[in-house]
Write a protein that binds this ligand. Structure first.
Ligand code: GLP
Length: 242
């Protein structure tokens, strides 16, 4: 694990964007795993800037998103599909057919999940997976207790995650979907590189458990200790319990 502690989230996001732009310049048909949440927003802004000002070319890039809420239409403002188009995809020259985001409205969840895994394989596997982390140590929506061998599947959100994510639903926990489709931990571990970002004091416990704690299903991100190529970009607040 390579842990990079920076003063603030902007410095960390700029450094993370450099890792991604280097990959795309070296491998124009790179496969990126994308994450949602507030954490990757400065990183996405930096990638958009690099596209506009430095000609970073996404025309050969393929993307797979980590997760999606079940039951939200693709154009629902809180769906991860909407989030990705608004905050990154519509601002870069990516081909729509190269974008993959789990479909939270499918009426065949197991069939969809199986196909999602097949599509990742067909694309050649994920070169670089971007990850945030939940305050309970989840990655994607792999909540504590998730199997390290898990693949893309349906999951139930924990009460902690529902409470954490209520801020995106005007603070109303009732409106937060209880189920999601998420890549599994096994899917994430298959990525050739993982890049985890965490900012702020409320991530400090999850970060110390991930980096210094025992590898345990109760802190799903701790399995990254066993991944060959992981870069963790954190600010000083997230690093405060290391
Ligand atoms: C959600 C997402 C995760 C994300 C986490 C943290 O639960 N499924 O992928 O890492 O939120 O979100 P934030 O970055 O807003 O703290």
């Amino acid at each position: 694990m390579e842990v990079i502690i920076t003063k603030d989230c902007m410095t960390a996001s700029t450094a993370a964007a450099k890792t991604i732009s280097k990959l795309i310049r070296d491998k124009p048909n790179a496969v990126l795993g994308l994450a949602t949440g507030s954490t990757p927003l400065p990183l996405y802004s930096e990638l958009i800037r690099m596209h506009r000002e430095e000609g970073l070319d996404f025309s050969g890039v393929t993307t797979f998103n980590l997760d999606e809420y079940i039951g939200l239409a693709r154009d629902h403002p809180q769906s991860y599909n909407y989030f990705m188009w608004e905050n990154l995809l519509k601002h870069i020259n990516i081909r729509t057919e190269n974008v993959h985001i789990p479909d939270g409205t499918t009426d065949d969840v197991p069939g969809f999940c199986k196909r999602y895994e097949e599509e990742i394989l067909l694309a050649g596997g994920i070169d670089l997976q971007i990850l945030g982390i939940g305050s309970d140590g989840h990655i994607g929506f792999n909540e504590p207790g998730s199997s390290f061998a898990s693949r893309t599947r349906i999951k139930t959100l924990t009460e902690q995650t529902v409470a954490d994510n209520a801020r995106f639903f005007d603070g109303d926990e009732q409106d937060v979907p209880r189920h999601c489709i998420t890549m599994g931990i096994g899917t994430i571990m298959d990525a050739r590189m993982n890049l985890l970002l965490a900012f702020g004091k409320n991530k400090s416990k999850a970060i110390s458990a991930t980096i210094e704690g025992p590898v345990s299903a109760m802190t799903p991100a701790s399995i990254l200790q066993h991944h060959r190529t992981v870069r963790i970009f954190i600010d000083e607040a997230a690093a405060s319990e290391l």
